[in-house]
Design a protein around this ligand. Structure first.
Ligand SMILES: Cc1ncc(COP(=O)(O)O)c(C=O)c1O
Length: 418
């Protein structure tokens, strides 16, 4: 093996272009939500719908401060009340769950299908009650969930007959609403459709560890309901995320236009123009960043093939059939192993200088959710997936030498671990 290297898990891919854009934004005289955020929203809408970018359209995307805020604002928009149930997978990050609680909803958790992290759709169908308002699917690691299956379930006549619509928007949908937690999947596609267009509402994260970053940040994209309805939703989301103020700071700068109303005691979760400045540059660079991730994944796959073939490990597939993920996480499962052996591999990799991670420790194993009564023994498939999962470092600026070092170390550890 070559000399010891230090390999971080997922440093951001930021160049002088992003730094220059931030500098320009800072010196432009406008640093909070303004023209850059508006352009970024239109760019995201064009990217997800694979349509040409247009200057003068109101997008069905709102940029916010995080994916968590995006999901929370979606629940506020949908009108979630304390007795309303939102079904989420047990195998996810806390934000998928905490946003439901922030909005005052009741959490219901669904186990995974054995051997995957996707929800068990049979169980999902059984969990729906007359109080279910939203189902959340999570595109973990960039892999798009089976939304066709979820829509087949929510559109079943018996499921629709059970649905009890209360708010106007719930009446408009007339069925359980589907929300995609796309925190990991910006830029993934399946059957020619991009992440962000699969569900009724889709929440992206641009947090620092994501493929595409604005440092913090996120966006809520919804399936277009037609121009008039989209404009209404856009307006409501602006109000919900900016104090319920009828004019944003930019509109108030127009000469003489000081007066505004406050239509609700709402929240503060807007994106700044400084963040959007980073996002606009990332948008231009993203195809090349995605291509690099794909190269590294293919290289890892080649180096690990012998261990996949002999049943030592299972590797998450990113590119198959019509599915093309954004390659967010390189997940490996150590077949037949448990938590202690997996943790020993993480420690050994750390000694060799390689940072790894686990995605995810199921929510019922976290204090906050076990105190709410969720018990991991009721989620055996989620536990089985977690107990031997290890995520290897992967980032778009990783050099060939660094990727080689990660594989040299991992292969050595796998051999020792036999
Ligand atoms: C699956 C999932 N959902 C939501 C989030 C929250 O994203 P944000 O930090 O932008 O709120 C994360 C963050 O890592 C995540 O992994």
């Amino acid at each position: 093996m070559t000399k010891k290297m230090n390999i971080p898990f997922s440093p951001p891919d930021i160049t002088v272009e992003e730094a220059d854009a931030v500098r320009d934004a800072l010196l432009s005289g406008w640093i909070t939500t303004g023209p850059r955020v508006k352009e970024f929203e239109r760019r995201i809408a064009a990217f997800c719908s694979q349509e040409e970018y247009k200057e003068d359209v109101l997008p069905h995307v709102v940029c916010l401060s995080s994916a968590t805020a995006s999901m929370e604002m979606a629940y506020r928009l949908i009108g979630i009340k304390p007795s309303d149930e939102v079904i989420i997978p047990a195998y996810t990050y806390t934000a998928t769950a905490s946003s439901v609680l922030h909005a005052g909803g009741k959490l219901v958790m669904c186990d995974s299908q054995p051997g995957t992290f996707e929800m068990d759709y049979e169980q999902l169908a059984r969990l729906i009650t007359p109080r279910t308002k939203v189902i959340v699917a999570v595109d973990i690691a960039g892999v798009i969930c089976d939304y066709d299956r979820i829509y087949e379930i929510v559109n079943r006549p018996e499921t629709k007959a059970m649905f009890h619509a209360e708010s106007d928007i719930q009446k408009e949908y007339g069925r359980v609403i589907v929300l995609a937690d796309c925190a990991h999947s910006f830029g993934s596609s399946k059957d020619g459709k991009m992440a962000g267009t699969w569900a009724d509402f889709n929440a992206f994260s641009f947090h620092a560890v994501k493929n595409f970053t604005t440092a913090e940040g996120g966006a809520l994209a919804w399936r277009s309901l037609g121009e008039e309805r989209d404009a209404l939703l856009y307006r409501k989301l602006q109000l919900l995320s900016l104090h319920g103020q009828s004019k944003d700071a930019f509109a108030k700068t127009k000469l003489g236009a000081w007066e505004y109303d406050v239509v609700g005691a709402y929240y503060k979760a807007n994106m700044t123009d400084i963040m959007a400045a980073i996002g606009l540059v990332q948008m231009r660079r993203y195809p090349e960043m995605l291509a690099r991730r794909e190269q590294i994944i293919n290289y890892y796959n080649c180096r690990l093939k012998e261990f996949v073939d002999n049943g030592t490990i299972q590797v998450l597939r990113h590119f198959f059939d019509s599915h093309h993920s954004n390659g967010h996480l390189y997940q490996v499962r150590m077949i037949g192993k448990g938590e202690a052996e997996r943790n020993a591999v993480i420690t050994r990799m750390a000694e060799l200088g390689v940072a790894t991670n686990v995605h995810f420790k199921p929510l019922p194993m976290m204090t906050a959710y076990s105190e709410l009564g969720f018990d991991i023994s009721n989620f055996p498939a989620a536990y089985d997936y977690y107990k031997n999962e290890i995520t290897l470092p992967l980032w778009s600026k990783m050099t060939d030498k660094q990727a080689e070092y990660v594989m040299d170390c991992f292969v050595e550890v796998l051999r020792q671990n036999k």
